[in-house]
Design a protein around this ligand. Structure first.
Ligand code: SF4
Ligand code: SF4
Length: 304
């Protein structure tokens, strides 16, 4: 049976849909958002992750690869992750545990058994399970049988989608998924091309979800001076008016807690301005002025 390539299973999530949830993060994403906070999720294969802080300079990794793509600098190994992205053997070579593998293949039964540990919490809180990524749609072949089992157990299921679905998988998910989290990353093709790597049309997905009477929470990464212009807020207002299946909009201000900087991105060296309170107040006013309903930013309800 197909296995899923998963980079994390996070229990007790409270920001990925209603109640207490388990969020399953699938590896692999066709986009390259310059502000991505999960760069380890992008490649659709198992990857080497490096943490040199514990390196004692023993040189075993250097000797193992005969010096190719590793330099010893100031008594520590410096690994070129462009070259050793898939040299997973290094995990077994280093006595200090400086290497790990991101992404684990798991069976449906293995994932179900993790999820069912928290059944009581889901039942008490109105929670359930969220499939996220990366782009979870890319592994729908694995998620579908998993979702069927979870549905039979009565669990509420949420699917977190980036808005990029060139293979048209979304329609296959409608019979099993209760709630969708859909990204709105920009309001113009220019921004999509420059910062995301693909032009997206979240409205196309909203139409499909509206026809199937599926509730949607929009998730909007807000990056000062990149996508936070009036066109974006106008676009959100327009979507809000046109689709009453949008039950909530989450504004997600950019922050700098990028977790794994050794993972490469399209704009790896691009760092953005972290919004100050004045900028957040400006966003709040843009939302209120346009009467966009039920918008939340950093746990604050900006509009009813
Ligand atoms: S094997 Fe580990 S501890 Fe030894 S040099 Fe390489 S990274 Fe450092
Ligand atoms: S869609 Fe999500 S996972 Fe993919 S690159 Fe963008 S932010 Fe990262």
């Amino acid at each position: 049976m197909t296995k899923g390539l998963i980079f994390d299973i996070q229990r007790f999530s409270v920001n990925d849909g209603p109640g207490i949830r388990t969020t399953v993060f699938f590896k692999g994403c066709g986009l390259r958002c310059a502000w991505c906070h999960n760069p380890e999720s992008i490649a659709s294969y198992q990857q080497l992750s490096v943490d040199s802080t514990r390196c004692d300079g023993c040189k075993r990794c250097f000797d193992y690869v005969k010096g190719y793509g590793i330099e010893m600098i100031n008594g520590k190994a410096v690994i070129d992750t462009n070259i050793h992205d898939r040299t997973l053997d290094l995990v077994h070579v280093c006595p200090q545990g400086c290497f790990s593998v991101v992404g684990e293949e798991k069976s449906v039964d293995e994932v179900v058994s993790v999820i069912m540990k928290d059944w009581d919490y889901y039942a008490e809180s109105g929670g359930g399970v969220t499939f996220s990524g990366g782009e979870a749609l890319n592994q729908w072949g694995f998620i579908e049988p998993l979702a069927r089992i979870l549905k039979e157990k009565g669990l509420h299921l949420t699917l977190d989608i980036s808005g990029y679905d060139p293979a048209g998988i979304l329609t296959k998910t409608l019979g099993l998924i209760d709630l969708y989290l859909l990204d709105v990353k920009a309001s113009s093709d220019d921004i999509y091309h420059k910062y995301v790597g693909q032009t997206l049309n979240p409205e196309g997905m909203l139409k499909i979800l509206a026809s199937a009477h599926k509730p949607v929470i929009l998730r909007v990464p807000l990056i000062a001076d990149v996508n936070d212009d009036s066109r974006l807020f106008d676009y959100l207002a327009q979507l809000n008016l046109a689709y009453d299946n949008i039950i909530e909009t989450n504004l997600l201000p950019y922050h700098t807690l990028r977790k794994k900087q050794q993972f490469r991105l399209l704009n790896e060296r691009e760092f953005f301005t972290v919004a100050d309170q004045d900028r957040k107040n400006f966003w709040k006013n843009e939302i209120i002025r346009r009467q966009i309903r039920h918008v939340i930013m950093e746990n604050e309800l900006l509009s009813q």
